[in-house]
Design a protein around this ligand. Structure first.
Ligand code: SAH
Length: 438
C-alpha cells in the first residue's frame, strides 16, 4: 500500500454550531470522527473541521444533509509532503541517520519511536535548525500563518490534589487561596469578548466547591451573554459531569497527561491514577470535545524516550490541542530543588509534535514564556500556532503561581511574538498593538 495515500476526508460545516451538531450526529450513528483545525487553504481562519475515514465519507454526507447541517465543503486530507526539504540541507552538517528521518518527513511517512528519539536527541545546530524548519513548514501548510489567541481566567486556586510539582498543590499552607465569583469571572469574559476573542479558557485547581450546578450556571452565562467558545480546564470529574458541560455547549477541555511514563506519573502524582487520567481523556474524546492534553518537559528522571512516547500517545489518542511546557520548579513544593526543564528540549518536542500530530493546536505555553523572554517567539517558529493570554485579575494572579515567577502573557507580548515570528494576528481581534501599550 502506498504509505501516503489519502485516508481521511475533512468536512467543513457552515458554522461552529453546525460543526458541533454535525459531529454529534455522526458519532451517535457510530461514524468515527475527530475534530481538527481546518486547513488554512479551505476554511475560515481557525475553524474546526470534522475528520472522517474515506469509507465513511458518503454516509457522513448523507447524515449531515438529512439533518440540515450546512456543509461548506468536503476535502481530502492530503498527506503532507514537504517537497525539497532535504535537498536544501545537502550542504549542512547533518548526520546520515538524521537525514534519513528528514527524508521520511519530506515523503509524508509516519515516524517511529526511534525516529522521534533521534530528532529529540540532537545537539547539533544544523540538525536543530532543520527540525525547526520542517516543523515550521508543516505548521504553515496545515494551519497557516494566523496565530489563534485565547484568553484564560484562573478562577480558583483551591485544589484537592497534591501534585508534587504544582505551586497550588493542596498541602501548600502559606498560599492565599481564592475563588472568583461568577460575576467577577463574567467581567473578564466580557472584556475578552469585547476585544474580539473567540475562546475563553476557564482554568482552576481541582476545586469541588465548584459543583456541577455552579459550573453549569457559569457555562450558561458565558454562552448566553457572549456566545464565546469555552475551554474548561478543571481536572478530573465524573463522565456525567463532562457530558453535562458538553451538552451545555462547552467546546474544549484541557486535561494534560503530564507524562506517559507510569512510574514517573505515580511519583509526581501521589494521589492520582494514570489509568484513570487516561480514561478521563478518552471520555472527553468520546463526548466530542476538542480534546486537549500535553506534557511537562524536564521532569526529574524523564528520558528522551519518555517524551517520544508522550508524542505518540497524543497521536494515538487523537488529541487536538497539545500544551508542551518546560518543568518550572515551584517554591514550597517537593520538587523545588530540581533543575528546570530544558528550553531547547521543549522546543524540539513542540517541533516533533507538529510533525507527528500535524493538524493540531499547539500553544506557545506560559511555562516557556516564564523561563525565556523569547520563549513564545521561539515556539511559534518551531510549530506552535496558539497563544493563551493570562487574564486573571491582578489581585489574584500572584496566588495562581502553579510555577514560580509565572510570566504574564498579555496581549502586548502576544503582539511582539506574532510580529517577531513573522505571523498574523487573527482577523477577529478588535484591538491594535498601539491600544495595548502599557
Ligand atoms: N487542575 C487542572 C489544571 C492544571 S494547571 C488539571 O488538573 O488539569 C495547568 C497545567 O500547568 C498542568 O496541566 C501542568 O502541566 C502545568 N504545570 C503545573 N505546575 C507546573 C510546573 N511546576 N512546571 C511546569 N508546568 C506546570
Amino acid at each position: 500500500m502506498n504509505k501516503t495515500e489519502i485516508k481521511y476526508y475533512l468536512i467543513m460545516a457552515g458554522s461552529t454550531s453546525h460543526m458541533l451538531r454535525g459531529d454529534k450526529l455522526l458519532k451517535d450513528k457510530a461514524v468515527g470522527t475527530s475534530l481538527v483545525p481546518a486547513p488554512s487553504e479551505y476554511g475560515t481562519v481557525c475553524a474546526t473541521a470534522i475528520k472522517v475515514k474515506i469509507e465513511d465519507k458518503e454516509i457522513s454526507e448523507k447524515i449531515l444533509r438529512e439533518n440540515n447541517i450546512t456543509i461548506e465543503g468536503i476535502y481530502p486530507d492530503k498527506p503532507r509532503r514537504l517537497a525539497g526539504l532535504v535537498e536544501k540541507l545537502m550542504d549542512s552538517v547533518i548526520s546520515p541517520e538524521f537525514m534519513e528521518v528528514l527524508k521520511k518527513i519530506e515523503d509524508g511517512e509516519d515516524l517511529k519511536e526511534q525516529d522521534i528519539v533521534l530528532l529529540l536527541s540532537t545537539e547539533r545546530k544544523a540538525e536543530k535548525e532543520a527540525l525547526f524548519h520542517a516543523a515550521d513548514r508543516m505548521r504553515k501548510e496545515i494551519v497557516g500563518d494566523v496565530v489563534d489567541i485565547r484568553g484564560a481566567v484562573e478562577f480558583s486556586n483551591y485544589c484537592r490534589k497534591d501534585c508534587r510539582y504544582c505551586g497550588i498543590r493542596k498541602s501548600l499552607d502559606d498560599l492565599n487561596r481564592y475563588r472568583m465569583c461568577e460575576d467577577e469571572i463574567m467581567e473578564v469574559v466580557h472584556h475578552l469578548h469585547e476585544i474580539g476573542l473567540k475562546t475563553v479558557i476557564l482554568q482552576s485547581g481541582e476545586d469541588l466547591w465548584w459543583t456541577p450546578e455552579k459550573i453549569s450556571s457559569l457555562i450558561k452565562r458565558v454562552k448566553d451573554e457572549t456566545k464565546m467558545n469555552i475551554t474548561l480546564s478543571i481536572g478530573e470529574r465524573a463522565k456525567e459531569e463532562y457530558e453535562l458541560y458538553k451538552n451545555l455547549g462547552t467546546n474544549n477541555f484541557l486535561l494534560k497527561i503530564e507524562t506517559t511514563n507510569r512510574k514517573l506519573f505515580d511519583f509526581i502524582h501521589p494521589d492520582d491514577d494514570y489509568d484513570h487520567r487516561v480514561k478521563c481523556s478518552s471520555w472527553l474524546r468520546e463526548l466530542g470535545y476538542l480534546n486537549g492534553s500535553g506534557n511537562i518537559i524536564g521532569l526529574p528522571g524523564q528520558t528522551v524516550e519518555d517524551i517520544a512516547k508522550d508524542i505518540l500517545f497524543f497521536k494515538e489518542m487523537g488529541i487536538n490541542m497539545i500544551g508542551i511546557g518546560p518543568f518550572v520548579p515551584a517554591k514550597g513544593t517537593p520538587l523545588e530543588g530540581y533543575p528546570q526543564g530544558d528550553i531547547e528540549m521543549t522546543l524540539k518536542a513542540v517541533a516533533v509534535t507538529r510533525i507527528v500530530c500535524k493538524r493540531v493546536f499547539i500553544p506557545a505555553t506560559t511555562a516557556l514564556a516564564s523561563l525565556d523572554p523569547d520563549g513564545q517567539t521561539k515556539a511559534l517558529k518551531a510549530g506552535a500556532n496558539t497563544i493563551m493570554l493570562i487574564n486573571t485579575p491582578a489581585k489574584y494572579r500572584y496566588n495562581y503561581q502553579i510555577y514560580s515567577d509565572k510570566n504574564m502573557v498579555d496581549l502586548e507580548s502576544a503582539f511582539i511574538a506574532v510580529e517577531e515570528s513573522g505571523r498574523k494576528m487573527p482577523p477577529y481581534l478588535k484591538v491594535k498593538r498601539e491600544d495595548c501599550i502599557k
